[in-house]
Design a protein around this ligand. Sequence first.
Ligand SMILES: Cc1cc2nc3c(=O)[nH]c(=O)nc-3n(C[C@H](O)[C@H](O)[C@H](O)COP(=O)(O)OP(=O)(O)OC[C@H]3O[C@@H](n4cnc5c(N)ncnc54)[C@H](O)[C@@H]3O)c2cc1C
Length: 407
Amino acid sequence: MTDFLAHLSSWAGVLGMGLLAVESLLSGRFSWLTGRWSIDGVMRLHQMVGRAVLVLFMAHPLFYFLGDIRMSGSGLGLGFLALFALIAVVVMALSRDELPMRYEAWRRSHGLLAIGALGLGLAHARSGGWLGKAIPTVHWALVAFTAVGLLALTWIYFVRPWALLRRPFRVVGLEEVADRTWHLRLQQVSGPSFDYQAGQFVWIKSGSAFGLHDHPFSIASAPARPGSQPGPVALTFLIKAVGDFTKSLGQHCRPGRTVYLDGPYGTFGRGLVDAPRLLLVAGGIGLAPLLSVLQARRDWVTAYGGQLVTHLVIGNRHPGQFFPNDELTDLPGLGLRVDCLVSEPTADWTGGVGQTDAQGLGPLLPQDLAGWQALVCGPPQMMQTVQDVLTGHGFEPHQIHMETFKT
Ligand SMILES: Cc1cc2nc3c(=O)[nH]c(=O)nc-3n(C[C@H](O)[C@H](O)[C@H](O)COP(=O)(O)OP(=O)(O)OC[C@H]3O[C@@H](n4cnc5c(N)ncnc54)[C@H](O)[C@@H]3O)c2cc1C
């Protein structure tokens, strides 16, 4: 029994270390993953694997304890430090929004604690673990796991920023277009062509390409028209002022400043630009990636002809959050219908009143759902409500595509 528990314990530790290394690849910063899967999917997996690592790391000493196996000396201390580092990572991740610390500080601690847990775990296994000594492959696997974590951090913070230096962008416009909503225009200055698909996002790095200050924003403009020559691109973004970075955009993204774009990432809207019937539901600033999809859809019709059906529903709290939108008036061939809903109307508001819930959105939905696809983007709570309304109305899961503005 003791032998069995010793094996169970050691393998739990080794598996935990392996999964912790996988976690560093699920950080949302690798385009071979986040360019194929949605950022929401990658982040969900990241959170699930994080919990599994914690369970395995806790099971490791527990099985030893149950088997009455003793370990002492520095190996024991290192093991507990690794466990504490991991508990801190998970607790800080679960309570991120409640912690009184800036996102950048949180992110730095998250990465450092996770790599610390890997390093301490390796040191613990080297000084006290018997499995790595009995099976050399296990020892080398643990070294490889730690190396993967370190390489992932090196890639994110050194190699990738160095590559971004070759492709600078200049801020050519920054305008407040509605209540706390900014329209940002960037022009690529030089470097390899920046290819993206409608609905994707980038991490905008202002100041230095090597800085920790980068924030994800969806591209609100459309990619190059089908058949056009590759070359420097112009991009637009819609940004809502919510916190440290976005409330001081005038400073970080002052016209004339150089910024760097890490990306593009994400799969939101992929394959849906030419969907025959497309419903787009935007909650507030969630309109940004949908504008990109709408314009790409217009370019697709211009290039290939045909007639599509498109229905855009925009939900905002008050009328001041809507802005004059040229992108929405120049969309021939889309069969576009736009419905605007506000929950707090003013006396002169002539649009719809309500939220994107069963009462507000429900009556606007098509009766015959054949061929319809729905793209939804907005705050997490609104997304859940819209998903429930669409599902209740008869949309199948494969007809609903969502992106949450949260990593
Ligand atoms: C895929 C994706 C696309 C997005 N697209 C847009 C968009 O088009 N327009 C828009 O206005 N907003 C968008 N956001 C949200 C935007 O990234 C945050 O509002 C912004 O980073 C807030 O930063 P802050 O310092 O101003 O606010 P803070 O008060 O520091 O942060 C508010 C919240 O934003 C999140 N956040 C902050 N910094 C980061 C960061 N560096 N990386 C990831 N999350 C962070 C955290 O959850 C934090 O709790 C998007 C988010 C994601 C994940």
